[in-house]
Design a protein around this ligand. Sequence first.
Ligand SMILES: Cc1ncc(COP(=O)(O)O)c(C=O)c1O
Length: 435
Amino acid sequence: MRGEGVYLWDAGGNKYLDLAGSAAVNFIGHGVKEIPAAMAEQAAQLEFVHSSQFTTPVAEEYAKELLAFAGRNFEGGAVYFTSGGSESIETALKLARQYQVEIGQPRRYQVLSRKRSYHGSTLGALSVSGNKRRREIYLPMVREFPHIGMPYCYRCAFDCADGCRNCGQQYAAELEHAVEFTNGEAAAFIFEPVSGATLGAVVPPPGYLQSIAEICRRHSLLLIADEVMTGMGRTGRNFAVEHWDAKPGDVKPDILVTAKGLSSGYAPLGAVIASKKVVDAIAAGSGAFLHGFTYNAHPISLAAGRAVLRHLRAKNLVEAADSGRSGTPAASFKNALETLREEKSVGDVRGIGLLWAVEFVTDKKTKGPFPPDQGFSARVGAAAQKRGLLVYPMQGSVDGISGDHFLLAPPAVITQDQIAWSVHQLSSAIRECEQ
Ligand SMILES: Cc1ncc(COP(=O)(O)O)c(C=O)c1O
């Protein structure tokens, strides 16, 4: 196999346009030569040391660059490097718990989260996730904390007709009730700023995340933003929370978690970015975070991540992924995807930046889903693949089992012609499966 730009070639030489970004991982494009060159240079110099014994120049420099990329909210903070998204989520959950213990709140340990979210496949991450299919059989093994509903405007639980402009507050109020229910045991709240694969690129309504952040502040819960999928430029901001962080008092997470686009897939890498408040609490308390993986801060992965960050900045790829800025690939993508609404089975097209989803229905008026055993989104995915186009099919958006959609997250180097070709292939694949 090989890859270049938005294209992949399989072992048989068949060419595919990677419109899924390989599960929303690849942001800078495949085959960018300077990334493996940076990795090789690091490997030749030093392949690995254990982080309990040494820090490395690449870790120190990259952490500084990443903190700066995360913005003013993380000034004076620290970065904890792992090998991927789930490891980073585990790290963030434990960090939130230790923070509460360090500040003299040992009763606080519960991490509240949202239904139909996805935070990873390890048991701690599954416990805060809401993806029914991915967690159901493991439920006896996980500790359950309250999960609240989330605004999913296409199928609003309050049946509103204004894109959840007002009911965002009602959804946020669920957090207030859940915190009260924990009776002083809540340590943190974790959320995806824009939902990932489970619901498919659902963007929160105005005011919702600000209310969530305000409730967390008022009840002294840490706010953890899971930006494994949405971070590092994917939504047209360095981190997606910045869409709702315009004014003081807005959404300011205490902990940011990122992976996927962090290394764009060139090496296994995740990061937990902790604010000064969290870092200071541990520094002033026990002085050490009680946690660790052998491959924390692996120098070769960090060399890849640092080269990816420098590359995406040099090429202005965050701007390219801004769907609100005219003339960008993301703006063209958004406009082109809108045309899919003409297809008989397309109920919703939603997203932001370069993270989009198309949801399928049997009837646009009733929004009735396809019977899950028909595997409609998987069939559209297979039909698209036959045409040389890769998408990320998912099921369960309606009730955890039924509801078909696919996720689209192309590399930010996609061109107008490639977008036009992809959307044409998508509509043909959808029509073929509607027959
Ligand atoms: C929002 C979110 N959090 C966490 C994860 C888990 O990341 P990983 O698969 O790298 O362990 C994912 C993976 O899809 C994700 O989308």
